[in-house]
Design a protein around this ligand. Structure first.
Ligand SMILES: C[S@@+](CC[C@H](N)C(=O)[O-])C[C@H]1O[C@@H](n2cnc3c(N)ncnc32)[C@H](O)[C@@H]1O
Length: 347
């Protein structure tokens, strides 16, 4: 069965990478079918009811950079006559039961179409209405959705991600605030990309106020944070407590992690850039080299580490023995573009 992830436009690749990582983490068997701007279509194998329960539950709860998950009805060209031809000929009975109400909603992505959505929604609504179903704009039983991107994905809404939870956890809204923190949606996406699972031992060796740890903690990982500044460790404790995380925090040095080798399942970290955040090391070079050696040592074989930096970090990781899987650039503002590097420790 084909399913579509209607992705947020906050980054070109991270939302799709996060969605694919979540499917892998929950153990679904899938292949990518198509990737359009803000829309990823995957072919998922398995019993339909089980797959949809997992998508609606565990996958939706984890995601930060997806708006909606749809069950795909069809994929067409984005010209209105093609979309209407498809909509007129599909059989709604495969997606909506007798007596149920429906709505049709369309979303234009980027500059792929230059016509308004409303007439399209109305016409398609009319086709479905004439086949004997009841239209209802508010709280309908079934929502048909069109994602108008390079191609148009026509689907039925399976679930929506409640992104307001992430807004509620913005750094300023947490009990302890200190500037220079990743936004929770970005932190959650990176925790997902690191394939963090419930019960995993998760490490952030430059934890600051604990923003990344909070996101991993909400996914029920056991989180361990280290920071060189006592006041931030105390602040991180306040934040982690507030979100009910299972945590251990240490004031210490990322270059000397007090853990045995191969004990950590996943690492996500945002080391200091040497701009405003304090560094406890002779130089930024030595700090990165030492921290990567430790990340390599404590990671379990096959484990992933995601590192955010303001300059390329892949060489430090490679020197320490890690394999580079992906590198993403994320523009924050005119003078800061973050590099997000995904590493794996080989088995
Ligand atoms: C960019 S901030 C991390 C922000 C963090 N993600 C948060 O949610 O607040 C980098 C952190 O590295 C810490 N740091 C600097 N040198 C360190 C070292 N040698 N070992 C551990 N932490 C260090 C700083 O105190 C700072 O809190």
């Amino acid at each position: 069965m084909l399913y579509a992830f209607e992705l947020s436009g906050e980054h070109e690749q991270l939302p799709a990478a996060e969605a694919l990582a979540c499917l892998e983490t929950v153990g679904l068997e899938f292949v990518t079918h198509a990737f359009f701007e803000q829309c990823l279509v995957v072919d998922i194998r398995g019993r339909k009811e089980t797959v949809e329960e997992i998508l609606r539950g565990r996958v939706t709860e984890r995601l930060a950079m997806t708006h909606h998950i749809l069950k795909v009805v069809g994929i067409t060209e984005s010209r209105p006559e093609e979309i209407l031809r498809f909509a007129e000929n599909f059989d709604p009975e495969d997606f909506i039961r007798e007596g149920e109400s429906f709505v049709v909603r369309a979303k234009r992505i980027g500059k792929h179409v230059d016509y308004p959505c409303e007439p399209l929604e109305k016409k398609i609504g009319g086709y479905i209405y004439r086949k004997g179903f009841r239209a209802k704009l508010k709280a309908p039983d079934v929502s048909f959705r069109l994602i108008l991107s390079e191609r148009t994905v026509f689907g039925v809404l399976l679930s929506s991600v409640d992104r307001s939870d992430y807004e509620a956890r913005t750094p300023q809204n947490k009990p302890f605030f200190h500037p220079g923190v990743l936004m929770p949606r970005v932190a959650r996406a990176l925790v997902n990309i690191a394939r963090t699972k419930a019960g995993d031992l998760f490490l952030d060796p430059f934890c600051g106020t604990g923003g990344i740890l909070v996101e991993a903690g909400l996914l029920k990982a056991r989180v361990l944070g280290i920071d060189a500044q006592e006041k931030l460790v105390l602040g991180a404790r306040i934040n982690l407590k507030a979100f009910g995380a299972d945590y251990v925090l240490l004031e210490g040095d990322a270059c000397r992690v007090p853990l045995k080798a191969e004990t950590v399942d996943a690492v996500v970290t945002d080391p200091p850039y040497g701009r405003s955040a304090a560094i406890l090391a002779e130089s930024l070079e030595k700090l990165y080299a030492g921290a990567f050696m430790e990340i390599y040592r404590v990671l379990k074989p096959g484990g992933l580490a995601v590192v955010v930096s303001d300059k390329p970090a892949y060489e430090y990781g490679e020197k320490a023995g890690l394999e580079v899987l992906d590198i993403y650039a994320q523009r924050v503002h005119r003078s800061l573009t973050r590099t997000i590097t995904v590493f794996r420790k080989l088995r």
